[in-house]
Design a protein. Structure first.
Length: 493
């Protein structure tokens, strides 16, 4: 794997490998301005899923209002995606599988996307090569397309084209196969982010900051090749170094084994059994030993894959919660605060949720009265990190007739430099969260996060920590300017 400056632009929002940061950088280079200043942006996502889980495009649809065509064959996924984007009139959905019958260009025509629309994402777990190949009239500026990372980087392996989506195979195509097709179509490979190739129309390539000797072919790499060799007696030995353990040797008439964890379990085992900084899978076998060596960047890809995927499977999606999943509605809470609580009038009555209230008193959380929790994450220097939780002492009334509005004022410049942070009130024993909100919910232009404790009873401390299960930096609280506590007394119904 070569040194590629675009790896410094990887930025994980909801994607599996941090592709959003690279795509944003590429678009800003193409247009010569910040993404927020560009109008008329368009994208198409084939295999869009529910629009959020490991999505390559959620960030661009939600934050930058791309005109979007989202296509997925799962009816449940499309229903959920429509909920996520219910207020976005520029988002179009199609519930079907793209194949020879339902061609992608028909739908690009239907929704009148530009011939050089900005971003195409293809992730259909098999027929990706053929979907890309069939695109003739359109040439999107940037393409993200999935490959099969278990295939040798020098082998051209292509899953046979299916007449329709009825027969799922799921073999996919090798990085080399996708690369050669892209080259024929006039694209350059900018970055291989684990299993995804990020391609750019070659006419924009010179706008990027690559060294003069950059050769995009050298960017190709594989992660999970099967190790095979033959002994002097003619026996063939096969050893899996990938996320899916070898269950059987199959012929083309047999069926494939599916790992329900998406490879996370096996990659986790690979990381845990590491012996040296650059060695995985050092495992004594019956008659020999095998050690698989990876470069540092390659190992970081494995770590990202394991942690990002696991986060998403646990509902975290690493760096941004879909706001509709979160109870602390920032728009409603801010509106309630500004309408009723700024004056702090202890005579005026007002209503929020199921209760009528009167203002009781105002206080500030003592930010100096805090404790810090350290704990280890992953083995070895560049993988093991110190992850912290900072906890502020909260003095609870322990009375069900009290509620508390919590307003957290933040330094957004400092927030922008780190992975997103979650604020949560825990129970007194620190065993479960009572309420939480995270900084990704803060609307652009705002600098405060709101939490509302309905019953100020049996509430523990306020803790802050990274949203993600994988973060690169230690956690500090220099971004917390002030925490206001506005206590409200419930009135009898």
């Amino acid at each position: 794997m070569i040194n590629n400056y675009l790896r410094s632009h990887l930025k994980k929002i909801t994607s599996q490998n941090g592709e959003e940061g690279v795509v944003q950088h590429l678009l800003e280079k193409i247009y010569g301005k910040k993404l927020s200043e560009i109008t008329g942006l368009e994208l198409c996502d084939i295999g869009s899923g529910d629009g959020f889980f490991l999505s390559q495009v959620y960030y661009f649809v939600k934050k930058f209002k791309f005109k979007s065509l989202l296509i997925d064959g799962d009816e449940g996924h499309i229903k959920q995606s429509k909920k996520f984007f219910s207020n976005n009139h520029f988002v179009h959905h199609e519930n079907l599988f793209i194949d020879k019958i339902n061609t992608i260009e028909y739908f690009l025509d239907k929704y009148k996307l530009k011939k050089d629309f900005d971003l195409l994402s293809i992730d259909v777990d098999g027929q990706d090569y053929h979907l890309f190949k069939r695109i003739k009239k359109y040439k999107p500026k940037i393409v993200i397309i999935e490959t099969n990372m278990t295939m040798n980087k020098d082998s051209i392996i292509i899953e046979k084209e299916q007449k329709n989506s009825d027969h799922y195979v799921g073999i996919g195509s090798s990085p080399r196969a996708i690369y050669e097709l892209a080259k024929e179509k006039g694209y350059k490979l900018c970055l291989q982010a684990f299993n995804n190739l990020i391609l750019i129309d070659e006419k924009y390539f010179d706008l990027l900051d690559f060294e003069k000797n950059y050769n995009d072919e050298d960017e190709l790499h594989s992660a999970f090749n099967l190790e095979t060799f033959q002994d002097h007696q003619g026996n063939v030995h096969i050893f899996s170094t990938g996320p899916w353990s070898v269950k059987r040797i199959i012929n083309h008439q047999d069926f494939s084994y599916t790992d329900t964890t998406g490879g996370v379990t096996q990659v986790d085992r690979m990381l845990d059994c590491q012996k040296k900084d650059n060695e995985f899978n050092s495992k004594p076998l019956k008659d020999f030993t095998l050690q698989k060596k990876y470069q540092k960047d390659h190992m970081n890809e494995l770590v990202n894959f394991r942690n990002y995927t696991r986060d998403a499977q646990n509902g975290l999606n690493s760096q941004e919660h879909e706001p509709s999943f979160v109870l602390m509605d920032q728009v409603k809470l801010k509106e309630f605060y500004e309408k009723n609580l700024i004056k702090k009038n202890n005579k005026e009555q007002f209503r929020y949720g199921e209760n009528n209230y009167i203002f009781e008193k105002n206080a500030n959380l003592d930010l100096s009265n805090k404790s810090i929790l350290f704990y280890k994450h992953i083995e070895k220097t560049h993988i093991r990190i110190k992850k912290q939780q900072i906890s502020y002492k909260y003095f609870c009334h322990n009375r069900v007739d009290y509620s508390c509005m919590v307003k957290i004022d933040l330094n957004m410049e400092e927030i922008s430099k780190i992975d997103p942070i979650k604020f949560a009130f825990w129970d007194p024993l620190n065993t479960f969260e009572i309420i939480s909100a995270n900084v990704s919910q803060i609307k652009e232009g705002d600098s405060s996060l709101y939490l509302f404790i309905v019953d100020d009873n049996n509430v523990g401390n306020l803790a802050i920590n990274y949203i993600s299960n994988f973060c690169r930096k230690d956690l500090y609280d220099n971004f917390v300017k002030n925490v206001s506590l506005i206590y409200l007394r419930k009135l009898p119904h």
